[in-house]
Design a protein around this ligand. Structure first.
Ligand SMILES: *Cc1c(COP(=O)(O)O)cnc(C)c1O
Length: 348
């Protein structure tokens, strides 16, 4: 088996193998999505998300198909007219483009991956922030989000696709949080978790946008009853439930992931061939490391690793050739990182 350090789709939890056959054997894959077993599955999985990720009791949870779909849901169902998109990398930039295509008056606030996001007081319907920018391995810390919360009277939407289930959040600092499950959740792609504050739900009700199958009011009305507006990814929900049953509470995972990130940064910081893309420790991601180096050297290193059963993540967007990425996701075992250290050392 190869070890994949790709930051999405990423290595799935080893237990997924058994859970897949369990799903088949249990009969859940063939049940009607409005039947009791399906509703019980949704309800139980919501309960586990609250228990393990510490999602507040008054925040609403829904399952949708992808993080990209969440970009559209926010633009369609939560923006009155305008949104501010602050970003420092490719995913944040793409999100702004999706919103603009749907008719949102978008104000883009690009900032440098080398420094922390700082905004003036601003009035906007929705402030859109990428908590963990998967393209360059930076993150917006909870203290920075807290500052934004004080400055922004509108809703705050947080793309947490490559950090949710990996690090702990202060959920109260955002109104819309979402992540697709093929990153930190360690699951196969095809589903996303969307979490909304009471203020976000109130906004959706105020706008009452019902022109789309994925209108947020409509989604919320269904999920309140543990139903879904369309036939859902039952296998995805089942696997999420089973994995959540086995993982520790997020504060524990957070400690482990941050410690492992510190070791990784320390290790790569000492390698003569490699540089950390982001010099500032304050903005470096704990879940996605982006390592810069000579383009040819990177190509050779990725090939060297691949020949030894280790998949290293390509760079992304502007950093495609000049960096490689290493996922520090919970599904990866410490022994996987021992192998990574061994190979990097052998390559040098
Ligand atoms: C991967 C990723 C996305 C896109 O996820 P999909 O599941 O492909 O829609 C969006 N935002 C961030 C930050 C990501 O890492």
């Amino acid at each position: 088996m190869t070890i994949s350090f790709y930051p999405g789709p990423s290595q799935v939890y080893p237990q997924v193998r058994t859970f897949l056959t369990d799903a088949y054997d249990s009969g859940i894959l063939s049940v009607n999505h409005r039947s009791a077993p399906a509703m019980e599955l949704v309800e139980a999985t919501f309960g586990l998300l609250r228990e393990k990720l510490l999602v507040p009791a008054d925040y609403h949870i829904a399952f949708v198909s992808s993080a990209t779909e969440c970009w559209e849901i926010i633009a369609q169902s939560l923006v009155r007219k305008s949104a501010v998109h602050a970003y420092n990398g490719a995913f944040g930039h793409k999100w702004a483009e999706y919103a603009r295509k749907l008719g949102v008056e978008v104000t883009e606030v690009p900032f440098s991956p080398e420094g922390e996001l700082a905004l003036q007081e601003l009035a906007t319907d929705v402030l859109c922030i990428t908590q963990n920018e998967t393209s360059n391995g930076t993150q917006v810390s909870m203290p920075v989000l807290r500052q934004l919360r004080e400055q922004v009277p509108g809703l705050i939407a947080v793309d947490a696709t490559s950090s949710m289930a990996g690090i702990a959040f202060d959920w109260s600092l955002g109104d819309i949080w979402y992540a697709s499950v093929q990153k930190c959740f360690g699951l196969p792609a095809g589903m996303a978790v969307l979490i909304c504050s009471p203020a976000a739900i109130a906004r959706a009700q105020e706008l009452n946008e019902r022109n789309h199958y994925n209108s947020l009011v409509f989604i919320d009305e269904n999920f309140r009853k543990f139903q879904t507006p369309y036939t859902p990814n039952v296998l995805g929900i089942y696997l999420l439930k089973r994995v959540l049953e086995t993982v520790p509470v997020i504060t524990e995972t957070d400690t482990k992931i941050r410690l492992r990130a510190r070791e990784l940064y320390h290790f790569f910081g000492r390698q003569p061939d490699w540089q950390l893309l982001t010099p500032s420790a304050a903005v470096r991601s704990d879940t996605v490391l982006t390592i810069a180096g000579d383009t040819n050297r990177i190509r050779d290193w990725k090939q060297f690793a691949a020949e030894r059963g280790v998949l290293v993540g390509n760079g992304y967007g502007n950093w495609k050739e000049s960096t490689f990425r290493i996922a520090n996701f919970p599904a990866l075992q410490d022994t996987d990182f021992t192998e990574l250290y061994r190979l990097i050392t052998a390559f040098a």
